[in-house]
Write a protein that binds this ligand. Structure first.
Ligand SMILES: Nc1nc2c(ncn2[C@@H]2O[C@H](COP(=O)(O)OP(=O)(O)OP(=O)(O)O)[C@@H](O)[C@H]2O)c(=O)[nH]1
Length: 344
Protein backbone atom coordinates (compact mmCIF):
# COMPACT_ATOMS: atom_id res chain seq x y z
CA UNK A 1 0.00 0.00 0.00
CA UNK A 2 1.30 3.48 -0.89
CA UNK A 3 2.55 5.50 2.06
CA UNK A 4 0.15 8.25 3.21
CA UNK A 5 1.55 11.76 2.77
CA UNK A 6 -0.17 14.51 4.78
CA UNK A 7 -0.63 17.95 3.23
CA UNK A 8 2.42 20.16 3.70
CA UNK A 9 0.36 23.38 3.75
CA UNK A 10 -3.24 24.46 4.05
CA UNK A 11 -4.66 26.52 1.15
CA UNK A 12 -5.06 30.26 1.84
CA UNK A 13 -8.62 31.19 2.85
CA UNK A 14 -8.89 34.74 1.59
CA UNK A 15 -12.62 35.15 2.16
CA UNK A 16 -12.64 34.28 5.87
CA UNK A 17 -13.68 37.01 8.33
CA UNK A 18 -10.76 38.28 10.37
CA UNK A 19 -12.50 40.15 13.11
CA UNK A 20 -14.73 39.27 16.06
CA UNK A 21 -14.28 42.30 18.28
CA UNK A 22 -17.80 42.75 19.67
CA UNK A 23 -19.51 45.54 21.61
CA UNK A 24 -19.28 43.78 24.96
CA UNK A 25 -15.56 43.16 24.37
CA UNK A 26 -14.91 46.89 23.93
CA UNK A 27 -17.07 47.91 26.90
CA UNK A 28 -15.59 45.16 29.09
CA UNK A 29 -12.09 46.36 28.31
CA UNK A 30 -12.81 50.01 29.04
CA UNK A 31 -14.47 49.05 32.35
CA UNK A 32 -11.35 47.01 33.24
CA UNK A 33 -9.22 50.10 32.63
CA UNK A 34 -11.33 52.23 34.95
CA UNK A 35 -11.09 49.72 37.80
CA UNK A 36 -7.36 49.16 37.49
CA UNK A 37 -6.55 51.35 40.50
CA UNK A 38 -8.36 48.86 42.78
CA UNK A 39 -6.55 45.83 41.29
CA UNK A 40 -3.34 44.34 42.72
CA UNK A 41 -2.57 41.63 40.18
CA UNK A 42 -3.69 40.52 36.72
CA UNK A 43 -4.00 36.88 35.80
CA UNK A 44 -3.98 36.70 32.02
CA UNK A 45 -5.34 33.41 30.71
CA UNK A 46 -4.22 32.08 27.35
CA UNK A 47 -5.11 28.85 25.60
CA UNK A 48 -2.35 26.23 25.80
CA UNK A 49 -3.14 25.03 22.27
CA UNK A 50 -2.54 28.47 20.71
CA UNK A 51 0.10 30.16 22.89
CA UNK A 52 1.02 32.70 20.22
CA UNK A 53 -2.33 33.21 18.55
CA UNK A 54 -4.24 33.65 21.83
CA UNK A 55 -2.02 36.55 22.84
CA UNK A 56 -4.12 39.68 22.93
CA UNK A 57 -1.88 42.76 22.91
CA UNK A 58 -4.86 44.82 24.11
CA UNK A 59 -4.38 43.42 27.62
CA UNK A 60 -0.75 44.49 27.85
CA UNK A 61 -1.57 47.85 26.28
CA UNK A 62 -4.69 48.67 28.30
CA UNK A 63 -3.78 47.09 31.61
CA UNK A 64 -0.16 48.15 31.76
CA UNK A 65 1.37 49.07 35.11
CA UNK A 66 0.00 46.11 37.07
CA UNK A 67 1.90 42.97 37.93
CA UNK A 68 0.88 40.10 35.65
CA UNK A 69 0.85 36.31 35.83
CA UNK A 70 0.21 34.36 32.62
CA UNK A 71 -1.80 31.17 33.01
CA UNK A 72 -2.01 28.79 30.07
CA UNK A 73 -5.32 26.96 30.41
CA UNK A 74 -6.48 23.63 28.96
CA UNK A 75 -3.03 22.08 29.17
CA UNK A 76 -4.68 18.66 29.30
CA UNK A 77 -5.87 19.17 25.70
CA UNK A 78 -2.48 20.00 24.26
CA UNK A 79 0.07 18.12 26.28
CA UNK A 80 0.90 14.57 27.29
CA UNK A 81 3.90 15.66 29.33
CA UNK A 82 6.22 14.54 26.54
CA UNK A 83 9.80 15.94 26.49
CA UNK A 84 8.76 18.16 23.52
CA UNK A 85 5.87 19.55 25.60
CA UNK A 86 8.20 20.42 28.46
CA UNK A 87 10.72 22.04 26.10
CA UNK A 88 7.96 24.16 24.61
CA UNK A 89 6.80 25.22 28.07
CA UNK A 90 10.33 26.31 28.92
CA UNK A 91 10.47 28.51 25.79
CA UNK A 92 7.14 30.07 26.74
CA UNK A 93 8.29 30.67 30.33
CA UNK A 94 11.37 32.49 29.08
CA UNK A 95 9.22 34.51 26.70
CA UNK A 96 7.17 35.91 29.60
CA UNK A 97 9.99 36.35 32.11
CA UNK A 98 10.12 38.13 34.55
CA UNK A 99 6.33 37.51 34.76
CA UNK A 100 5.44 34.12 36.22
CA UNK A 101 3.95 31.60 33.77
CA UNK A 102 1.83 28.61 34.81
CA UNK A 103 0.26 25.80 32.79
CA UNK A 104 -3.03 24.41 34.04
CA UNK A 105 -5.85 21.96 33.63
CA UNK A 106 -8.77 23.26 35.70
CA UNK A 107 -9.63 19.71 36.80
CA UNK A 108 -6.13 19.00 38.12
CA UNK A 109 -6.00 19.60 41.88
CA UNK A 110 -2.24 20.01 41.69
CA UNK A 111 -2.41 22.71 38.97
CA UNK A 112 -5.15 24.63 40.77
CA UNK A 113 -3.21 24.45 44.03
CA UNK A 114 -0.14 25.88 42.30
CA UNK A 115 -2.13 28.92 41.11
CA UNK A 116 -3.75 29.27 44.54
CA UNK A 117 -0.40 29.15 46.34
CA UNK A 118 0.94 31.83 44.03
CA UNK A 119 -2.04 34.07 44.84
CA UNK A 120 -1.47 33.47 48.57
CA UNK A 121 2.22 34.23 48.24
CA UNK A 122 1.47 37.51 46.44
CA UNK A 123 -0.99 38.44 49.17
CA UNK A 124 1.57 37.73 51.92
CA UNK A 125 4.39 39.60 50.20
CA UNK A 126 2.46 42.63 48.97
CA UNK A 127 -0.41 42.86 51.50
CA UNK A 128 -3.43 44.99 50.77
CA UNK A 129 -5.56 46.81 53.32
CA UNK A 130 -8.82 46.13 51.53
CA UNK A 131 -8.13 42.56 50.43
CA UNK A 132 -5.89 41.45 47.57
CA UNK A 133 -7.82 41.85 44.30
CA UNK A 134 -6.93 39.89 41.17
CA UNK A 135 -8.43 40.60 37.76
CA UNK A 136 -8.78 37.51 35.53
CA UNK A 137 -8.62 38.44 31.85
CA UNK A 138 -8.27 36.57 28.55
CA UNK A 139 -9.76 35.79 25.16
CA UNK A 140 -13.35 34.47 25.00
CA UNK A 141 -13.85 30.86 26.15
CA UNK A 142 -10.25 30.47 27.32
CA UNK A 143 -11.39 29.13 30.70
CA UNK A 144 -11.35 32.19 33.02
CA UNK A 145 -14.58 31.35 34.86
CA UNK A 146 -13.62 27.67 35.17
CA UNK A 147 -10.31 28.66 36.75
CA UNK A 148 -12.10 31.03 39.13
CA UNK A 149 -14.54 28.30 40.19
CA UNK A 150 -11.72 25.79 40.69
CA UNK A 151 -9.70 28.27 42.79
CA UNK A 152 -12.75 29.10 44.89
CA UNK A 153 -13.42 25.42 45.54
CA UNK A 154 -9.78 24.73 46.43
CA UNK A 155 -9.35 27.91 48.49
CA UNK A 156 -12.59 28.33 50.46
CA UNK A 157 -14.46 25.08 49.58
CA UNK A 158 -17.39 26.95 48.09
CA UNK A 159 -19.38 25.94 45.03
CA UNK A 160 -19.30 27.63 41.62
CA UNK A 161 -19.60 31.41 41.58
CA UNK A 162 -19.43 31.92 37.79
CA UNK A 163 -21.27 30.38 34.86
CA UNK A 164 -19.15 28.47 32.35
CA UNK A 165 -19.96 27.08 28.93
CA UNK A 166 -18.48 25.55 25.79
CA UNK A 167 -19.29 28.61 23.62
CA UNK A 168 -17.61 32.04 23.89
CA UNK A 169 -19.38 34.97 25.55
CA UNK A 170 -20.93 33.26 28.60
CA UNK A 171 -19.51 36.00 30.85
CA UNK A 172 -20.76 39.38 29.59
CA UNK A 173 -20.18 41.64 32.58
CA UNK A 174 -17.43 42.23 35.09
CA UNK A 175 -18.47 40.49 38.28
CA UNK A 176 -17.79 41.65 41.82
CA UNK A 177 -14.87 40.01 43.59
CA UNK A 178 -15.16 36.35 44.56
CA UNK A 179 -13.26 35.21 47.63
CA UNK A 180 -10.67 32.48 47.04
CA UNK A 181 -8.60 32.88 50.23
CA UNK A 182 -10.02 33.70 53.68
CA UNK A 183 -8.54 36.53 55.73
CA UNK A 184 -5.93 35.36 58.18
CA UNK A 185 -6.17 37.24 61.45
CA UNK A 186 -3.09 35.59 62.93
CA UNK A 187 -0.91 36.84 60.10
CA UNK A 188 -2.88 40.08 59.80
CA UNK A 189 -3.74 39.34 56.19
CA UNK A 190 -6.91 40.29 54.35
CA UNK A 191 -8.55 37.79 51.97
CA UNK A 192 -7.83 37.27 48.26
CA UNK A 193 -10.57 38.05 45.73
CA UNK A 194 -10.84 37.22 42.03
CA UNK A 195 -12.70 39.45 39.61
CA UNK A 196 -14.03 37.60 36.54
CA UNK A 197 -14.24 39.54 33.27
CA UNK A 198 -15.83 39.00 29.85
CA UNK A 199 -13.48 37.51 27.23
CA UNK A 200 -12.00 40.12 24.91
CA UNK A 201 -11.08 39.17 21.35
CA UNK A 202 -8.11 40.67 19.48
CA UNK A 203 -9.15 43.77 17.51
CA UNK A 204 -7.73 42.38 14.29
CA UNK A 205 -6.54 38.89 13.40
CA UNK A 206 -3.41 39.14 11.24
CA UNK A 207 -4.20 36.22 8.94
CA UNK A 208 -6.96 33.79 8.06
CA UNK A 209 -5.03 30.85 9.52
CA UNK A 210 -4.94 32.56 12.94
CA UNK A 211 -8.70 33.08 12.69
CA UNK A 212 -9.20 29.35 12.03
CA UNK A 213 -7.04 28.47 15.04
CA UNK A 214 -9.04 30.78 17.30
CA UNK A 215 -12.28 29.33 15.94
CA UNK A 216 -11.06 25.76 16.52
CA UNK A 217 -10.24 26.42 20.16
CA UNK A 218 -13.67 28.02 20.60
CA UNK A 219 -12.81 31.72 20.97
CA UNK A 220 -15.12 32.53 18.06
CA UNK A 221 -18.75 31.42 17.73
CA UNK A 222 -19.16 28.27 15.62
CA UNK A 223 -21.39 30.14 13.15
CA UNK A 224 -18.60 32.49 11.99
CA UNK A 225 -16.61 30.00 9.88
CA UNK A 226 -18.18 27.20 7.81
CA UNK A 227 -17.82 23.96 9.83
CA UNK A 228 -16.47 22.03 6.83
CA UNK A 229 -13.67 24.56 6.29
CA UNK A 230 -12.82 24.44 9.98
CA UNK A 231 -12.92 20.66 10.06
CA UNK A 232 -10.70 20.53 6.97
CA UNK A 233 -8.18 22.72 8.79
CA UNK A 234 -8.38 20.41 11.81
CA UNK A 235 -7.83 17.37 9.57
CA UNK A 236 -4.74 19.07 8.16
CA UNK A 237 -3.37 19.43 11.72
CA UNK A 238 -4.37 15.91 12.78
CA UNK A 239 -2.56 14.43 9.77
CA UNK A 240 0.56 16.46 10.60
CA UNK A 241 0.88 14.67 13.97
CA UNK A 242 2.94 11.52 14.12
CA UNK A 243 0.43 8.70 13.57
CA UNK A 244 -2.34 11.33 13.42
CA UNK A 245 -4.32 9.34 10.86
CA UNK A 246 -4.97 6.70 13.53
CA UNK A 247 -7.03 9.23 15.55
CA UNK A 248 -9.90 8.80 13.08
CA UNK A 249 -9.27 5.21 12.01
CA UNK A 250 -12.64 4.01 13.32
CA UNK A 251 -14.31 6.07 10.55
CA UNK A 252 -11.98 5.83 7.56
CA UNK A 253 -8.42 5.23 6.42
CA UNK A 254 -5.78 7.96 6.12
CA UNK A 255 -7.09 10.84 4.02
CA UNK A 256 -6.48 14.47 3.16
CA UNK A 257 -10.03 14.77 1.82
CA UNK A 258 -12.35 16.18 4.46
CA UNK A 259 -15.50 15.19 2.54
CA UNK A 260 -14.35 11.56 2.49
CA UNK A 261 -13.86 11.69 6.27
CA UNK A 262 -17.18 13.47 6.89
CA UNK A 263 -19.19 11.06 4.72
CA UNK A 264 -17.62 8.13 6.54
CA UNK A 265 -18.49 9.73 9.91
CA UNK A 266 -22.09 10.34 8.73
CA UNK A 267 -22.48 6.69 7.75
CA UNK A 268 -20.97 5.36 10.94
CA UNK A 269 -22.85 7.70 13.31
CA UNK A 270 -26.15 7.91 11.40
CA UNK A 271 -25.85 11.64 10.60
CA UNK A 272 -28.01 11.37 7.48
CA UNK A 273 -30.56 13.86 6.22
CA UNK A 274 -33.53 13.39 3.89
CA UNK A 275 -33.07 10.51 1.43
CA UNK A 276 -30.02 9.27 3.34
CA UNK A 277 -27.88 12.27 2.26
CA UNK A 278 -24.91 12.68 4.62
CA UNK A 279 -25.23 15.76 6.89
CA UNK A 280 -21.63 16.83 6.51
CA UNK A 281 -22.05 20.13 8.39
CA UNK A 282 -23.34 18.28 11.47
CA UNK A 283 -20.53 15.73 11.19
CA UNK A 284 -17.93 18.50 10.89
CA UNK A 285 -19.19 20.21 14.05
CA UNK A 286 -19.23 16.87 15.86
CA UNK A 287 -15.60 16.16 14.93
CA UNK A 288 -14.53 19.65 16.04
CA UNK A 289 -16.31 19.12 19.39
CA UNK A 290 -14.61 15.76 19.81
CA UNK A 291 -11.21 17.38 19.30
CA UNK A 292 -12.09 20.16 21.75
CA UNK A 293 -12.91 17.49 24.32
CA UNK A 294 -9.55 15.80 23.80
CA UNK A 295 -10.87 12.79 21.88
CA UNK A 296 -8.95 13.29 18.63
CA UNK A 297 -5.38 13.68 19.77
CA UNK A 298 -3.61 16.05 22.16
CA UNK A 299 -1.60 18.60 20.23
CA UNK A 300 -1.23 22.33 19.79
CA UNK A 301 -1.89 24.45 16.69
CA UNK A 302 0.90 27.04 16.95
CA UNK A 303 4.51 26.37 16.21
CA UNK A 304 6.47 27.39 19.28
CA UNK A 305 10.12 28.25 18.82
CA UNK A 306 12.28 31.24 19.74
CA UNK A 307 12.11 32.43 16.11
CA UNK A 308 8.32 32.10 15.91
CA UNK A 309 7.92 34.12 19.12
CA UNK A 310 10.22 36.84 17.88
CA UNK A 311 8.35 37.06 14.58
CA UNK A 312 5.01 37.30 16.39
CA UNK A 313 6.26 40.16 18.54
CA UNK A 314 7.65 42.01 15.52
CA UNK A 315 4.31 41.65 13.72
CA UNK A 316 2.50 43.38 16.55
CA UNK A 317 4.91 46.07 17.62
CA UNK A 318 3.34 49.47 17.34
CA UNK A 319 -0.11 48.35 16.24
CA UNK A 320 -2.58 50.47 18.19
CA UNK A 321 -6.27 49.68 18.47
CA UNK A 322 -7.18 52.34 15.92
CA UNK A 323 -4.58 51.05 13.46
CA UNK A 324 -5.90 47.52 13.97
CA UNK A 325 -9.47 48.72 13.34
CA UNK A 326 -8.36 50.52 10.19
CA UNK A 327 -6.58 47.38 8.99
CA UNK A 328 -9.71 45.30 9.72
CA UNK A 329 -11.81 47.76 7.66
CA UNK A 330 -9.33 47.63 4.77
CA UNK A 331 -9.57 43.83 4.73
CA UNK A 332 -13.38 43.99 4.81
CA UNK A 333 -13.38 46.42 1.89
CA UNK A 334 -10.99 44.20 -0.11
CA UNK A 335 -13.19 41.16 0.59
CA UNK A 336 -16.34 42.99 -0.50
CA UNK A 337 -14.56 44.14 -3.68
CA UNK A 338 -13.41 40.62 -4.53
CA UNK A 339 -16.96 39.30 -3.93
CA UNK A 340 -18.34 41.97 -6.30
CA UNK A 341 -15.86 41.02 -8.98
CA UNK A 342 -16.74 37.30 -8.50
CA UNK A 343 -20.42 38.16 -9.15
CA UNK A 344 -19.65 40.35 -12.18
N1 LIG B 1 -10.28 20.36 29.03
C1 LIG B 1 -10.36 21.54 29.65
N2 LIG B 1 -11.45 22.31 29.49
C2 LIG B 1 -11.49 23.50 30.12
C3 LIG B 1 -10.44 23.96 30.95
N3 LIG B 1 -10.78 25.18 31.43
C4 LIG B 1 -12.00 25.46 30.91
N4 LIG B 1 -12.43 24.46 30.12
C5 LIG B 1 -13.70 24.41 29.36
O1 LIG B 1 -13.68 25.52 28.44
C6 LIG B 1 -14.98 26.03 28.25
C7 LIG B 1 -14.97 27.52 28.49
O2 LIG B 1 -14.72 27.77 29.87
P1 LIG B 1 -15.17 29.11 30.61
O3 LIG B 1 -14.59 29.04 31.98
O4 LIG B 1 -16.64 29.34 30.46
O5 LIG B 1 -14.40 30.19 29.72
P2 LIG B 1 -14.40 31.79 29.86
O6 LIG B 1 -13.03 32.23 29.53
O7 LIG B 1 -14.93 32.21 31.18
O8 LIG B 1 -15.40 32.18 28.67
P3 LIG B 1 -16.15 33.59 28.32
O9 LIG B 1 -17.46 33.55 29.04
O10 LIG B 1 -16.29 33.54 26.84
O11 LIG B 1 -15.27 34.70 28.76
C8 LIG B 1 -15.89 25.25 29.20
O12 LIG B 1 -16.54 24.24 28.44
C9 LIG B 1 -14.93 24.63 30.21
O13 LIG B 1 -15.39 23.41 30.75
C10 LIG B 1 -9.29 23.10 31.12
O14 LIG B 1 -8.30 23.41 31.81
N5 LIG B 1 -9.31 21.91 30.45
Amino acid sequence: MAQFIPRAAFPAQLSLPRSYFLGHHASGLSKMKTMLSSIDLIIECRDYRVPLTSRNPLFEESLAGRERVVVYTKRDLGSKDRPADRRREEIIRQWHAPSTTLFTDHKSKRDVKTVLNLCKQHNEERQSLLGYRILVVGMPNVGKSSLLNALRMAGVHKAKAAFTGAQPGVTRKIASGVKIVERNEEKGLEGVYLVDTPGVFVPFVPDAEAMMKLALVGSVKDTIIAPITLCDYLLYHINKQQGGETFYKEYCGPTNDVVELLEAVCKKTGRLGKGGVPDTDAAALWIIQRWRQGNLGHFILDEVSEDALEMKMREEVGMSLSQARKQAKDVQRARAKSRMSDVA
